[in-house]
Design a protein around this ligand. Sequence first.
Ligand code: PLP
Length: 365
Amino acid sequence: MQRRTMLRQAALTMAAFTLSRDLFAREAFNDPGPLPVEEMIRLGSNENPHGPSPLARKAMMDAVNTSNRYPWSTTSALIDKIAGMYGLKAENVVIGAGSSELLGLTAVLAALQKGNAVIPDPSFRLWVPAARNLGLEMRTVPLNQAKQIDLAAMKGKTDTQTRLIYICNPNNPTGTVIPAPELEAYIRQIPASCIVLLDEAYTEFSNEPSLARLVNECPNLVVAKTFSKMYALAGGRVGFALAHPQTIEKLKNLQPWANAGAGAVSLAGALASLGDEEFVRFCKKENTAARAVFCAALDKAGMTYIPSVTSFVYFNTAGYGRDVKALLESHNITGVRSFEEGSTWRRLSVGTVAEMEKVAAVLKS
Ligand SMILES: Cc1ncc(COP(=O)(O)O)c(C=O)c1O
């Protein structure tokens, strides 16, 4: 092939790639305006607005140099570190490409037996299509008046055919948390034939402890956790599940192999973030301050909200008199999302203090 032809083809490929990437970004972030994605305030996916911890950034850059190798040693070191943090053993831990992978695999494991799954509504539903496609009947249980997960009502929907109970604590999208003693008592009375999938994606933002310490006593408990939120590695795709060694083995058997998921660079970032306690303290403090700015703005705008312990707030737009989503989008602030059909309740992620001050100013305008 002529050198000129080759160059032209390469240029066309690059142009096509750039175009499709732009279109994809537009669609993914529902960008209504002409601004490039990086100039918008994006508050739709509960991402940590501060970027990865300085230690994680350095570790990831260093790991680029050795990413010609499969990441066996980093995975082992990460598993050991996680096990130590939760007072567990390496056999209690499985790593995934984000906690999404492990939520999905747990749903698949549950669906190996015919039956039903009990899920609060609204809650995080990413694993639902897989479970439903595999034949699990979905039994949704409305939240109570205060938009909290109603454990008693969930118990009422559970029977001998229930294979999976999903609890997101704190709950996404409402930001409420079930106190650990209450949740522990509930988990302990679930029959061993039913998997309890406890999604702790946002526990680090709250003051409640993880319930991972129960996994050896409760082999039907799977605790899913992620590096995407407090540890600010959503793009890195690293998550983990903690469970009884026999349950972990079953989950691992559903993965192609140990290196199929998270990549070497991301694993190095995850490992380093666990050593950066200062970063976690900073993010928690900033999140609390930024959330307070947003809640004060909601108060002033006459909108009620559910007190949140997380990096997002669920609020009722009724009474504001304007379309909050359209208003914020007209100022390049995206992410107002609805989780209940026909309802006036919306969720917005908490960004930095400066970002939430901008949101406050727009709501006031
Ligand atoms: C409750 C909950 N669980 C799990 C996830 C998935 O996180 P990831 O796959 O990035 O670890 C999310 C992401 O928004 C979430 O909100």
